[in-house]
Design a protein around this ligand. Sequence first.
Ligand code: FE2
Length: 317
Amino acid sequence: MRYQLTPIHCRPWLLNSFSLKLTESHYENNYGGALRRLNAITEQLEKLDFANAPAYVINGLKREELVALNSTLLHELYFACLGGDGKVVDPMAEVLARDFGSYQRWKDEFVAMANALSGGSGWVLLNYLPRDRRLVNQYAAEHSQAVAGGVPILAIDMYEHAYHIDFGANAKAYVGAFLRNVDWKAVHQRYEDAIAVPSLRPLVQEEFGDLPGVGPEDVKAMIDSGQHVQIIDARPQHSVARTQDIMEGATWRDPERIREWIGELSKSEPVVVFCVYGFHVGCRVAEQLRDAGFDAKYMKGGHSAWKAIGGKTKMHA
Ligand SMILES: [Fe+2]
């Protein structure tokens, strides 16, 4: 397979403060160089006898392939970011204000991150995280660092080759010039494309239908706010026996003997019940308590989730 060239997306003669010499050199030598290197590495990989090749040869080629591939992709994004008037479009300013406080706050962070890379090399990327449905400015000191699953929508190249022809060592001036050339309409279009990427699918436990669950953070917030809540640790006896800790404020009750302890609970206060990981044991207990008329929910992720958020535990008797 050969990777194909992507034509330059911005019109180099329209760029503010960037000479044709700089942009042509960047596109032809650095973007083109990465693409040519990527194809040369690919050719080597295609010929490689993987079953007999030494590990260092495989590691070396695959590492160089990653660097060249990311360099190729990021340069394509970089040139697609330029060619605008640098004026942020309203819908993009609103998104940046939502995720960073204000457009200015985003810009201060982005510029400071780029300036902090000057004299070195790397990238600063505005990256969309489907998991959290938000944007984050990402530092990348090498072509190969990428936020897993992130979708970069704006990229500034801080390798010296991106500016030395016009700006010498004055990387700050380059960062300013880059921002004056950003095509924000195109950035916003990429943002709209990025948000169409789905996040990791949520955990579904079909057998429990719409049984209400509550996240460990919410349980912690209920406790911290002083809300009266009955917390039942319904981990099976054999699970409790192999651990020494129990969520602070929780009372252990054997999930096999609900009838023996259900009478101790109050119907006027909510009940949160959990098992080890938040699967069937906790759900089944919560279901039985709801059937008996209690305002019961299971804690998502169970005792492990509680510990994972740093929730307090104590030694159990
Ligand atoms: Fe570059």
